[in-house]
Design a protein around this ligand. Structure first.
Ligand SMILES: [Zn+2]
Length: 209
């Protein structure tokens, strides 16, 4: 879920010159060396106007933002493995300001089965210990690097611990923006489709014995 990249949002922790958010401080405690996000310290602050009728979006730091409608849908269904955090607007409230939620996934899966899952370009921060990588393969298109995700495999016994929403144990991307992937159950997949929720994509996860 949510490989849907949307760079519309900003978080003031990433743009310290923004006067309106002076003094708010970063949303996440960051590693002083690699700047990877560690522990969340406060609600996310975004420009809510940029949601513009989207159902789901992402911040620069790959945090998942849900529309009020999608947030309420998940709450009504009593799904497991998630919490919804409030999201604040970066300026004064405005008429018609929407309620938005941050999808805070609370269940972390055990490591993927690797192989057959394959990784490349592992980065390791010696200070905070964060390891981040990419699912292989990398292609070059002229000078443009293009990373094609390969399949994700889990040991079948993962079914004993899976919840409706899960984070991978693995982090992906450059360390500064390293983030886990979100893994959802078929129940969530069908629910989102049945309710015609837009702005997300998912690929199958494979189970191996
Ligand atoms: Zn670090």
């Amino acid at each position: 879920m949510s490989r849907y990249y949307d760079f519309d949002y900003y978080d003031p922790s990433k743009t310290s010159r923004e006067r309106d958010t002076a003094g708010v401080g970063p949303s996440f405690q960051e590693c002083p060396v690699c700047h990877t996000s560690l522990v969340q310290r406060r609600d996310l602050v975004v420009n809510k106007r940029l949601m513009r009728g989207k159902d789901i979006s992402l911040t620069y730091a790959n945090q998942v933002i849900l529309s009020g409608q999608v947030g309420r849908l998940l709450q009504e269904q009593d799904l497991s493995g998630l919490e919804l955090r409030p999201v604040q607007h970066y300026k004064k409230p405005y008429p018609g300001e929407p309620t938005l939620y941050q999808l805070a996934v609370t269940n972390v899966l055990p490591p993927m089965a690797a192989p057959p899952t394959e990784f490349e370009q592992s980065h390791n921060c010696a200070v905070c210990g964060r390891i981040s990588r990419f699912l292989k393969h990398t292609h070059w298109w002229g000078r443009i690097q293009y990373r094609e995700d390969t399949n994700v495999y889990y040991p079948r016994r993962v079914l004993e611990v899976v919840k409706d929403f899960n984070h991978t144990a693995e982090y992906f991307g450059e360390l500064r923006v390293a983030h886990p992937y979100v893994i959802i159950t078929q129940r969530v997949y069908r629910l989102l489709r049945e309710h015609k929720v837009k702005n997300w994509a998912a690929v199958p996860v494979y189970l191996v014995d």
